[in-house]
Design a protein around this ligand. Structure first.
Ligand code: 4NP
Length: 154
């Protein structure tokens, strides 16, 4: 299973999502290839935002090795699932998809947390530290659903 998480900048939400997934998959003994990317090129080459790294570290997860890159059409061939953080990211992914069949690989991250009140992971970039903790908890819930789905063969 190869999973790409996607947001706008690839320095806050999607590297956090990748970090939670990578950590929880390893702890569950699941072979999941993870990566993350941004729909924009604004932060290419940058490490995750300090607040994202610190929020993850508070939960025992290190994402300091990750570096931002922009999503490319080939990602639809390289990955089985492309998980968009919000509806805008999903629209951008759908526009980038090389074919109608591959387009179906892109869905919302929070589709895997159907019990959660929110369908979109809010952009924490312009807010305070508490926004990053909220994002962590949303992602943790979605990853729980995702891992259950992978275990049961989707
Ligand atoms: P992300 O957050 O999409 O969760 O990585 C953002 C980071 C940077 C910007 C926007 C969102 N920006 O406009 O620079």
């Amino acid at each position: 299973m190869r999973i790409l998480t996607v947001c706008l900048g690839n320095i806050c939400r999607s590297p956090m999502a990748e970090g939670v997934l990578r950590h929880r998959a390893a702890a569950s003994g699941l072979e999941v290839v993870t990566d993350s990317a941004g729909t924009s090129h604004f932060h290419t080459g940058e490490a995750p935002d300090r607040r994202a790294r610190e929020a993850m570290r508070r939960h025992g997860i290190d994402i300091s090795d990750l570096r931002a890159r922009q999503v490319v059409a080939e990602d639809f061939e390289r990955f089985d699932l492309l998980l968009a953080m919000d509806a805008s990211n999903l629209r951008d992914l759908h526009a980038l998809a090389p074919s109608e069949a591959l387009r179906a690989k892109a869905v919302l991250m929070m589709d895997f947390a159907p019990g959660h009140a929110w369908r979109e992971v809010p952009d924490p970039y312009y807010g305070g530290d508490e926004g990053f903790d909220e994002v962590y908890h949303m992602l943790d819930e979605a990853v729980t659903g995702l891992i259950a789905r992978i275990r049961h063969g989707r």
